[in-house]
Design a protein around this ligand. Sequence first.
Ligand code: UDP
Length: 481
Amino acid sequence: MSSDHPHRKLHVMFFPFMAYGHMIPTLDLAKLFSSRGAKSTILTTPLNSKILQKPIDTFKNLNPSLEIEIQIFDFPCVELGLPEGCENVDFFISKNNDDERHYMIFKFFMTTMFFKDQLEKLLETTRPDCLIADMFFPWATEAAEKFHVPRLVFHGTGYFSLCSAYCIRVNKPQTRVASSCEAFVIPDLPGDIVITQEEIIDGDEESEMGKFMIAVRESEVKSSGVIVNSFYDLEPDYADFYKSVVAKRAWHIGPLSVYNRGFEEKAERGKKANIDEVECLKWLGSRKPDSVIYISFGSMACFKNEQLLEIATGLEASGKNFIWVVRKNDGDKGEKEEWLPEGFEERVKEKGMIIRGWAPQVLILDHQATGGFVTHCGWNSILEGVAAGIPMVTWPVEAEQFYNEKLVTQVLRTGVSVGARKNVKVMGDVVDKAVREVLVGEEAEERRRRAKKLAKMAKAAVEEGGSSFNDLNSFIQEFSS
Ligand code: UDP
């Protein structure tokens, strides 16, 4: 909290959706508020509290006077019709069958309604100054309203994708094209952004998921505003458009990942890595600057063997250094890893490494040897890549990731697209070409120059006087009074 504006201690409650891509930035957000003098309480379930406790303990050890705590809500999975221990979307990643996985994830979304009573009781007894609840908890606005607690929405994505989705929803341009691969400009959206129908994922409004998303939007309209993990200079036109056209109120406070400055804080975001972090950094330290490509598809995307085989083929053909993170279905685990070409690891052992499971992503991206990032365009990954000043190979898999790709390739111009389409395999030669294109050559240097400039802006945004610093200040002042 700014010393010029002494206010009483603000109490903020945070309620993240139980998925790594939502919990990681929310934890950063809670730490940020606490480091600016607020008391932060994170609401979550018993198993998810275990994920959050270690980074919170580290934060408290570093900052003993700051206040941050977890409040645990009951979540009786079996009673709710979910498998035992299923408290995080991560639980479903190992489901082999796509349909089964989607069905279970939807069911998971619906069962979170169970929290409403517990949330109401807690709000009634504690009366925090505000509740920053995930977009996927549409019932939270009404729950908070009952006790006159302002509810803020946290989407976890940036301005650009929120604006794109809005313009497409309002104008429905995809209904006027002759074919699903015909490119068109998104109406009303600044920047003449080109997209195709097959990249638009705002599904059928009549479907159960479509109805749920309508409820999400309605609850946002009734909320007190939106907290956005972004910074003004990254997407100024879209920040302005969002604030003036789409949302009632919005505050940007990111990029949240950059507040983690020490080794431990960077290493402890999410799961325990399936590699020794020090060894990983040592390996990177033995490589030339900007020579390593890092490949990761976030916490949710899980490719089939035939797609992984193409990635392996492309990486080997590129001849570049790499760190490749692979999340696999349990059903595919066996003695023999069918997703790797025969003898692959032996042949590439001087060049690269595969991390099976979870990687210390921010540590890797921030290392000077890392020169490119093949990403599924999840918003946290994009921001982490931006903050590290790294050009990207964009490979969206689902949801708003296709919009995020357009920001990187058409607005920031720091990325090369593999031309991904839902359920279409990307071939090895495309991977090979994109990896080489992003790492070497004149255009690669231009992209890198732009990426490094953005990284500087990202850091400046959170420093005193920066756009995110100021937005957070005004939020704190408004909700403290
Ligand atoms: N992440 C990580 N190691 C991994 C995979 C993911 O640390 O092996 C982190 C990553 O740094 C990011 C988050 O998990 O903070 C993933 O969020 P994102 O929005 O990129 O994608 P999602 O997983 O939600 O699709």
